[in-house]
Write a protein that binds this ligand. Sequence first.
Ligand code: NDP
Ligand code: 2IT
Length: 450
Amino acid sequence: MNNYTQKVIEETKNKNPNEKEFLQAVEEVLKSITPAVKQHTNFEKSALLERLVEPERIIMFRVPWVDDNGKTQVNKGYRVQFNGALGPYKGGLRFHPSVNLSIIKFLGFEQIFKNALTGLPIGGGKGGSDFDPKGKSDAEIMRFCQSFMSELQRHIGHDLDVPAGDIGVGGREIGYLFGQYRKIKNQYEAGVLTGKGLDYWGSLARKEATGYGLVYYMREMLGANGHTFKDKVVTISGSGNVAIYACEKAQQYGAKVVAMSDSNGCIYDEEGINLDIIKDLKEVKRARIKEYLSFKPSAKYFENEEGKEPKVWSIKTDIALPCATQNDINMTSAKKLFENGCMAIGEGANMPTTNEAIEYLIKNGVLLAPAKAANAGGVATSALEMSQNSMRLRWTFDEVNAKLNDIMVNIFKACKDAADKYNLGINYPAGANIAAFELVSSAMESQGII
Ligand code: NDP
Ligand code: 2IT
């Protein structure tokens, strides 16, 4: 690492001492872009890296709502508008009890680079709340979303900041958020949110886009190294939006997906997962994954143990697709995966692999598709939703899917080209960081010290 990158990492640690997830993301990016930073001596003078790690704006607010028992509850709300050099701030909203400023900042920071890689005009942002949607009635979800939007509405807009979904925020929540925005603003600004329902100008293929895009990226990465999905065993963590559509596309490519999970544990079905059962459990019934066994008693269920690694990573697999949450694969799980013969990992989730596990996996020749590149299909298709909303026209599923495929092909190529340029071999995570950094830093430099 050169002195400048090291200095900025240290300063960021000193200024944000309690933000471990954010610091993890910053360290991962800054360390790996050092070869590119070295080429630009002007960056230190213009404090480019110091500006890059400091959000343009952080909004934090109170979200009061009344539960079904008439009791008033109060949650925290966040929106971090991290970097607008390439376009309106763009990124999802996460509703999960673990949400705090560090998590929203790490997600917003990652989003800057991911959005740059899409090649579309979107800056980086992220938001959310420590609200827990699990076990809440539809009416409670609606009241929470309305209260959340009552404040957020003054900070967003289709040319300003465009939220979408993330963990705990899917079609239902986006609908309630959009309704409240429209009511307060008294205008039909379709492009202010993406991931909308198809009946009110959401994009076809947005629901499938992150999972499909992940598998398209993996297809490219596997192909570049002489492999395909055909007949590969695949395990997936999570069983939400990203996991379900990654499973669907992997199965279409002839892979055998044998395991999926939720935060309680994982199911193992050696005959191959029946995705219709998972969709019914997760998209319709909002049930726990262990209920898969009521429909398929021959499958097995392994409950996670408190403080221990997720069980899903102990299952033998060729390809692992972490599609749940951050730091899902630590050193112990990475070793287990490698020792069991895993040859490729595709990050559907954001930052699912710890920094030391990334290093270990790459050193051992495991192909690693980095989140900010591999899961960029979701936000890319969100940007396509914005385009369609601006045109007041709609593309077909096949048109959107074809554009998504092209975007993922280009993103893999950008990662590989950067890795080749700096002699980084299969270090696609570093390639992704460098390719994205070149785009963001160039736009920031052109726009002056702001
Ligand atoms: P969903 O809410 O649809 O699903 C999340 C899944 O991950 C659930 O199965 C959930 O299990 C599991 N999970 C969540 N938190 C934890 C946790 N702390 N420990 C263990 N399991 C957990 O979210 P998405 O599928 O949309 O998001 C999944 C990941 O993909 C996230 O990292 C997100 O940031 C990332 N992502 C999402 C995109 C999108 O378009 N939606 C785009 C790019 C990245 P349980 O139900 O038990 O909580
Ligand atoms: O992490 C992500 O890229 C998302 N949750 C999707 C963001 C978006 O704006 O579609």
